[in-house]
Structures are given as structure tokens and as C-alpha cells.
Design a protein around this ligand. Structure first.
Ligand code: FAD
Length: 391
């Protein structure tokens, strides 16, 4: 049965249908039973728990968004709560899903032909295939709309890809990677479904991360990688298609940021009730309550924002600047929140076992990926002033 989260202070979950609440309850139960007990260990060893992919797919978390695979009709607010729920237990798992279901499947949904959608989306939703999304490059991050150096050259019925990608999530074990490259003929960005066993494609793990250690990122090298025309995303003729994918996934990252903030806040609240100092629980000291209430204020404000941005998506009203503002605002509030939660736990706040430290570290990656706070700010700045500061 569904128990509302106490940290959803204004009860936004009441917007969900009965069926949506049931699905969320099932997901929450699975995360508590199978993910929370093991995830710190994977995080510490910088390993992804591959055995969780199949049961994760079984929860429907990678299927809900797409007509081809949705088990029941559902809202964008519900899918946001799914991202929140995943991130509330672990941001690496929510990032894995964000890449698999958001960036990779989203590229096929937004820019694939009907045949490409039918062929690939069910396999990604079931976890039969793992997907990745390769946009960022060693020399092109924030400026990837115009700065891409990876090239695509058409030769008859094939395309030849050359270049390098950096930071690509899931790409150490992905079966297909969506590669975004510039067509040398017309200078436009196009997308390609690249099976990772294609000759000339190689991926290597990025070592030494202090954030999102359980989910893996890769550097990719493409050397004369040949893909047939039928693997080019048929409806991606310019960076506009890539931007459409990012508009959707940025809103999801904003939801994940709320989940990360809640994860840290819940750990701090539980700790503060049991830790005694000066003869009473620290939760009864005024300044500790102040930290906890500031956390809840951030969470509640961000939750209101992401709920609204998802409602706008369902109504066909969501624009790039709407999801950009939610992403930059919610991740900035998340970063404050995890720091306050950690602070409320004193020294134990920096130890994995006490539950806030992993969220504290993972927040840094969410803050910068899918467009840094600065770039998302400039997208909003362009919308409100009519003047683009980043071209
Ligand atoms: P840079 O672009 O070099 O920016 C450095 C700093 O300069 C930032 O603070 C930035 O805001 C600032 N800056 C840059 N330009 C301006 C400007 N015009 N005005 C003001 N400030 C500016 N990419 C993928 O394609 N696929 C993935 O799956 C993926 N997963 C990721 C996972 C993780 C954990 C991380 C850390 C990154 C991932 N990325 C992925 C890449 C991510 O999207 C980029 O890191 C991000 O877009 C920023 O690019 P950059 O790191 O190259 O920073």
C-alpha cells in the first residue's frame, strides 16, 4: 500500500492516480529491499550493480514514458515522482535510468522513425539492451550545440564517424550508443545508433570520480566507425532534435535533484532524533531545527516547481526555458540542502554508513551534467531578455 512521503510536505503525491500510486509503492518497496542495503558498497568500489538492471526494468521505471511500452496510461508528474523515488535512494541508479530511458530512449522517441521506435524502444525499456547518449566531447561541453568536432561523412549507403566523446554515462557496458556528429556535407548535427561492437568504436572507464561512483562514465573513441543509413536517426536534421531530447531530460534531472535532497534530509532528520548532545536529542536544539527546516523549505519549493513543469509537459506547454529554470533552480537548492543535512550530522555526516555522505557527493554531478547551472541560466536569460549571451 502507498504511504505518502513525510518530506512531500504539501502532499503533491495526491495529484497521482490510484494506479500511479500503486506503481510508486512497488518501486519504493523494491528500492528499499534490494538497492538501499547494497548501494554504498558499490559506490565505494566504483562498480555498477548490473544484477539490478533486470529487476529495475521489472518495476517499469524504464517503460512508463513511451507509447510502445507503457504498462498503463500515466502522467509526466508520475514519471517525475519515479525519478525522485529512484534518486531518493540512489542517484547513480536514477542516473542510469536517466541515460537509458531519458537520453538514449528519448533520442529514439524524439528523433527516430516509427520503424526505429518500434525496433529499439521495447528492447531498451526491458533492459535487454543498454543504451548510452554521446554528445559531450573532450573539447566541447557547454558549447556542444556548435562546438562538436565528431564528424559524419556519407559514403553511399553508409556513414563514417570519426571523433571522441567524453563523460558518456553507461557507455562502459552499453550495447548501443547514440552518437551525435556533424555532417561534413551540410554542417548539421545528426544522430546515429551505433552498436558498440562496431569496428573502430572503443570505450574506456573514467576513473577517480568523487561523485556518482556507482554509475559509470566513459571516454569513447570513434575511428572510421561505419554505420548504415538505416541507423541514422531519421528525424534528426539539426541540433534542434538534440535540444528537444535535453528539454525533456533536464526536467527529469530537476526531479532527481529533489530526490537527492530528500535522501540527505531524511538521513539527517532520523539521525538528529537519535543523537544526544547536552543531554537531549540534537533535533531539539533550535539551530539544528533551523538546518532541517531550511532543507524542507528547499525541497518543498523545488517540488512545487518540478510538478508544474511536468504538468506543462502534459499540456504541451513546456519550453526549453521552463525545464532549464527547473534544472538550474532545483540543483542549486539540492546542493545547499545536502550540505545542510551533512552539517546537521556533524562528523558522522561524512561517513557513508550514516546515509547523507553519498547524496552530498553525488549532488555535484547532478549540478553540472545536462547543462551546468550557468548554461541553464543563460537559456532562461535568452528567453526573458530576447538576447542570447552564449553565442
Ligand atoms: P565546460 O563546458 O568546460 O564548462 C566549465 C565551466 O565553464 C562551467 O562552470 C560552465 O558553466 C562554465 N561556462 C562554459 N561556458 C560558459 C558561458 N558561455 N558562460 C558562462 N559560463 C560558462 N554528456 C553526454 O553527452 N552524455 C552523458 O551521458 C553524460 N553524462 C555525464 C555524467 C557526469 C557524471 C558528468 C559530470 C557529465 C556528463 N556529461 C554527459 C557531460 C555534461 O553534460 C558536461 O559535463 C556539461 O555539459 C558541462 O560541460 P563540461 O564538463 O565540458 O564543462
Amino acid at each position: 500500500t502507498f504511504e505518502p512521503l513525510a518530506s512531500d510536505f504539501y502532499a503533491y503525491e495526491s495529484l497521482l492516480s490510484e494506479r500511479e500510486r500503486e506503481a510508486l509503492a512497488e518501486l519504493r518497496a523494491w528500492l528499499e529491499a534490494d538497492v538501499r542495503p547494497v548501494i554504498d558498497d558499490y559506490w565505494e568500489r566504483a562498480e555498477f550493480p548490473m544484477q539490478l538492471v533486470e529487476p529495475l526494468a521489472g518495476t517499469g521505471a524504464m517503460s512508463f514514458a513511451w507509447d510502445e511500452t507503457a504498462p498503463f496510461e500515466n502522467s509526466a508528474v508520475f514519471r517525475g515522482f519515479v525519478a525522485l523515488e529512484l534518486a531518493r535512494v540512489d542517484a547513480s541508479i536514477s542516473t542510469f535510468v536517466g541515460v537509458q530511458s531519458g537520453l538514449a530512449t528519448g533520442s529514439l522517441a524524439v528523433a527516430g522513425s516509427p520503424e526505429q521506435r518500434r525496433e529499439w524502444i521495447p528492447k531498451l525499456a526491458s533492459g535487454e539492451l543498454i543504451g548510452a547518449f554521446g554528445l559531450t566531447e573532450p573539447l566541447s561541453g557547454s558549447d556542444s550545440a556548435r562546438g562538436l568536432r565528431t564528424t559524419a561523412r556519407r559514403e553511399g549507403d553508409e556513414w563514417v564517424l570519426n571523433g571522441e566523446k567524453r563523460w558518456i554515462g553507461n557507455a562502459t557496458f552499453s550495447d548501443i550508443t547514440i552518437i551525435w556528429a556533424k555532417d561534413v556535407a551540410d554542417g548539421q548535427v545528426k544522430g546515429f545508433i551505433v552498436p558498440t561492437d562496431t569496428p573502430g568504436y572503443s570505450a574506456s572507464k573514467i576513473e577517480g570520480k568523487i561523485s556518482l561512483r556507482a554509475v559509470q562514465n566513459a571516454d569513447i573513441v570513434l575511428e572510421d566507425v561505419r554505420v548504415p543509413e538505416r541507423l541514422r536517426l531519421q528525424r534528426a536534421d539539426s541540433f534542434r532534435a538534440t535540444a528537444s531530447v535535453l528539454r525533456l531530460t533536464r526536467a527529469e534531472v530537476a526531479w532527481s535533484a529533489v530526490g537527492v535532497a530528500i535522501g540527505a534530509y531524511e538521513a539527517a532528520l532520523a539521525y538528529a532524533k537519535t543523537r544526544d548532545q547536552f543531554g537531549k536529542p540534537i533535533a531539539s536544539h533550535q539551530l539544528v531545527q533551523d538546518l532541517l527546516v531550511k532543507c524542507l523549505g528547499n525541497i518543498t519549493a523545488s517540488l512545487g516547481m518540478v510538478v508544474r513543469v511536468s504538468e506543462m509537459l502534459d499540456r504541451g506547454e513546456q519550453r526549453d526555458e521552463h525545464s532549464a529554470l527547473a534544472k538550474s533552480y532545483a540543483t542549486a537548492r539540492m546542493r545547499e540542502t545536502v550540505a545542510w543535512a551533512r552539517e546537521a550530522m556533524g562528523g558522522n555526516g561524512i561517513v557513508l554508513e550514516h546515509g547523507a555522505a553519498r547524496f552530498f557527493a553525488d549532488a555535484e554531478a547532478l549540478y553540472s551534467y545536462e547543462g551546468t547551472r550557468e548554461m541553464n541560466t543563460l537559456i532562461v536569460g535568452r528567453a526573458i531578455t530576447g538576447s542570447a549571451a552564449f553565442v
